[in-house]
Design a protein around this ligand. Sequence first.
Ligand SMILES: [Zn+2]
Ligand SMILES: [Zn+2]
Length: 167
Amino acid sequence: MSQVVERVLSFDPAPAIARGFERGALKEHVRFQAYATIPDFFDQPDPKRCTCGCGRELTGRQRRWAENDCSAFGLAVLRILKCDADVIRYYLSEQRGAGCQHCGVMNEPLQVDHIVPVHKGGGGRWLDNYQLLCECCHKQKTAEDRRRPSTKSGERGRASRRLSLGG
Ligand SMILES: [Zn+2]
Ligand SMILES: [Zn+2]
């Protein structure tokens, strides 16, 4: 596993997400966070140091990132939070394996599912609100989501069910 992948998978997204919501770049009832940009998630308190938080000093014409790995990491975080399905699919399969996370089927195209659906406020979340499902399981999950009332208890039910789904 590359350093960038490891860094993304062990990243604590809470501060970045809080910042994104605070700045209005993330919206919980929106699927694609089209207007979010790097400064919506990364504070750069010292303009002479790398945005990613690695602490390295910027040199020459560098404005934001000290190294390629820093920008690869930062852009992956940005794309995940913007809901880029290809990037999310890549990181989820690195983290949890390449099969459907419900039925386990392999060698089928997998779709990215919001565990807490967007219409229940699951937009603008991190990888823990996504799972990879085969088309069949995804259809079932989407139908279930529509049947469930959009209450707070419904969301809690969904969040705890996800453990058995992920199994
Ligand atoms: Zn850096
Ligand atoms: Zn499946």
